[in-house]
Design a protein around this ligand. Structure first.
Ligand SMILES: NC(=O)N[C@@H](O)C(=O)O
Ligand code: NI
Length: 169
């Protein structure tokens, strides 16, 4: 079974799929009389369709066991979806470009404990993959009428091995 390499999550590498949500100094402005740093406009919430609305939820994810077989991907044709870690642990992001209506070559990223992502509308991704322990994430995505979930199941799953952790993540 093919093993998917895992790379560190950077805004540049993730750009084709969405934004990285982190305290980027380039986006910082001081507010509240200089007592608060606002990291402004890191991502945009995209909700499509009549009656659609952006909502906030918490996902409490069970840690994945490795090696882990990726046998499916999903996407949300009607809205973006963001994940921001709340439990201070690294986590895994798996995405793929679209290739004629199915996922193309998948890419895996190790996200740090203070890195979130915003998947753009209709971007192929694997459902939440937490590491090391039960972890909470703040989710911003779409609620409303219509089917906002498309799934794809691989004939040949591929493997992800236990990610090597940078101590300074
Ligand atoms: N199904 C659901 O709400 N979660 C997935 O979309 C996911 O990306 O984890
Ligand atoms: Ni999703």
């Amino acid at each position: 079974m093919r093993v998917l390499p895992i790379r560190s999550l950077t805004a540049e590498a993730f750009r084709p799929f969405g934004e990285v949500i982190d305290a980027d100094p380039a986006r910082m402005r001081l507010i509240n009389g200089g007592t608060t740093e606002r990291f402004h406009g890191l991502a945009t919430v995209d909700v499509a369709g009549e009656g659609a609305r952006p909502i906030l939820s918490i996902f409490r994810g069970q840690p994945r066991r490795f090696p882990y077989a990726i046998d499916m991907m999903e996407r949300h044709p009607l809205g973006s979806q963001s994940f921001t870690p709340l439990s201070g642990r690294p986590w895994l992001v798996v995405v793929a470009p679209d290739a004629g209506g199915r996922p193309g070559r998948a890419m895996a990223f190790l996200a740090g404990p203070r890195q979130g992502v915003n998947y753009h509308r209709n971007v192929w991704h694997h459902p939440l993959m937490t590491l090391d322990g039960i972890s909470d994430f703040l989710i911003v995505d779409r609620d409303g009428p219509g089917n906002n979930l498309e799934e794809f199941f691989y004939e040949e799953p591929f493997l992800i091995e236990e990610p090597v952790r940078d101590t300074d993540l």
